[in-house]
Design a protein around this ligand. Structure first.
Ligand code: CTP
Length: 405
């Protein structure tokens, strides 16, 4: 394990678990990382800056401005320096301030300017941790894309038993190490992702569309891009503009546009994920004038649109990974397996509209991953960002196996 040359910013807030941070600093330094520590003023009673600066070989920063030396500690420079920022221990108070954007100390100002991945290791007493406000704040921090290191369960400093113990330095070190390992293997990969609905024109005012919002596809783009992969997003109508250095976005309207753009980028793509809800039919003829009510309702003849995934499946090369989604309402497994085979996919992500919390517009999703080798993995209901992480892990594992074979 090596974190040679990585810049790790550790933010310490006032929890008793701060006494474990010197051990984390030692592990990081031993593996070659540079460590900069920022402490909140109220954390100073839990561990001494002298211990931390000795181990990190850098002065510990506490205030934005040091009255004695006249030194200005720029939160912007600190955040630009960091390859990763970890807030450990993260108290309920610090997390509440992070959620609301309060910047009344150097740690919080640096957090708000953070450009790198942020890790948060909460620690507190059982009841504080279980309080709905704390849980809501943790949910919001997760939604912002931060990685939460679930506290362990056990004896707490108060004498109570339960969840609230900060993860051990070895566990935190492992999480950071896994993150940089994943980043290393993704930074040279090209990912093609489609998201959102497609619209097919009936006349100048009407179209055939569907309820897709593109949330799942956007979550996928972000988890890959945050790990440095080069992402090309092809998005349908209504999908918001994504502002991310590693994501290029092309907007399309119809299934034919989607096919054209996907075929353009597919040959150079390593991993392709079709999360778009593409219309299966389009009107045979588009009326150039608004269709009037008249006496009889019009009969609109429909013809099939191209199946983008099927076409990509035919062009797929041995080293490429092709992933589809299946949204089903009945005989889910059977239908999904048929699609997996017919479209020549490596795996298919099944979500059923029968599962509550899954489907269009929800922030959560419950998925089952079915592999071409027949194995099936059922995941619990999770936020779409966490689902995207599960899909990324599965895709990466399969992609690396392809390289080895
Ligand atoms: N898909 C596609 N082109 C289409 C329709 C679907 O590329 N014209 C892709 C979707 O992006 C998804 C997968 O195929 O990844 C399955 O989509 P789904 O709508 O579940 O299945 P269909 O193949 O359209 O079959 P049906 O509607 O009959 O269930």
């Amino acid at each position: 394990m090596s974190l040679q040359g990585k810049h790790i910013l550790i933010g310490i807030s006032a929890g008793i678990a701060a006494y474990k941070i010197p051990f984390l600093v030692r592990l990081l330094k031993k593996s070659g990382a540079e460590v900069q520590i920022i402490m909140t003023p109220s954390s100073l009673g839990f561990v001494t800056p002298l211990t931390l600066s000795t181990l990190s070989q850098r002065p510990v920063l506490i205030e934005p401005f040091n009255q004695e030396t006249g030194q200005w500690n720029s939160h912007v420079e600190l955040s630009l320096w960091a390859d990763a920022m970890i807030i450990a221990p993260a108290t309920a108070n610090t997390m509440a301030k992070m959620v609301t954007g309060i910047t009344d100390n150097l740690l919080l100002a640096t957090y708000l300017s953070a450009r790198s991945q942020v890790f948060i290791a909460p620690t507190m007493d059982l009841d504080m941790y279980q309080h709905p406000v704390t849980q809501e704040n943790i949910g919001k921090l997760r939604k912002m894309g931060h990685i939460l290191l679930e506290p362990n369960t056990g004896e707490l400093a108060s004498g109570l038993e339960g969840a609230g113990r900060m993860q051990e330095p070895e566990e935190i070190f492992q999480v950071l190490n896994d993150f940089f390992e994943k980043k290393k293997s993704l930074s040279h990969l090209k990912i093609l992702i489609s998201a959102g609905p497609t619209f097919e024109k009936i006349d100048p005012v009407r179209f055939i569309g569907n309820h897709s919002t593109g949330k799942m596809g956007i979550s996928l783009c972000k988890v890959f891009a945050n790990l440095d992969a080069e992402v090309q997003l092809i998005s349908g109508p209504g999908v918001p503009e994504i502002n991310h250095q590693r994501i290029k976005q092309t907007k399309v309207t119809t299934a034919d546009d989607m096919l054209r753009e996907c075929e353009k980028h597919f040959p150079s793509s390593d991993i392709t994920i079709m999360a778009a809800a593409i219309a299966d039919f389009k009107p045979k003829n588009i009326s150039d004038k608004k269709i009037k009510k008249g006496n009889n309702p019009p009969v609109i003849e429909l013809i099939p649109t191209p199946d983008v995934l099927f076409n990509l499946g035919k062009q797929k090369k041995e080293h490429q990974l092709l992933i589809g989604f299946a949204l089903e309402t009945d005989q889910e497994m059977e239908h999904a397996k048929q699609k997996l085979e017919r479209k020549n996919l490596d795996f298919i992500v099944l979500n059923s509209l029968r599962d509550s919390g899954s489907g269009f517009g929800f922030d959560t999703n419950q998925i089952t991953i079915i592999d071409k080798n027949g194995s099936t993995k059922v995941f619990p209901l999770k936020s779409k960002d966490m689902v995207a992480n599960d899909i990324l892990d599965h895709a990466l594992e399969m992609f690396q196996k392809k390289l080895v074979v």
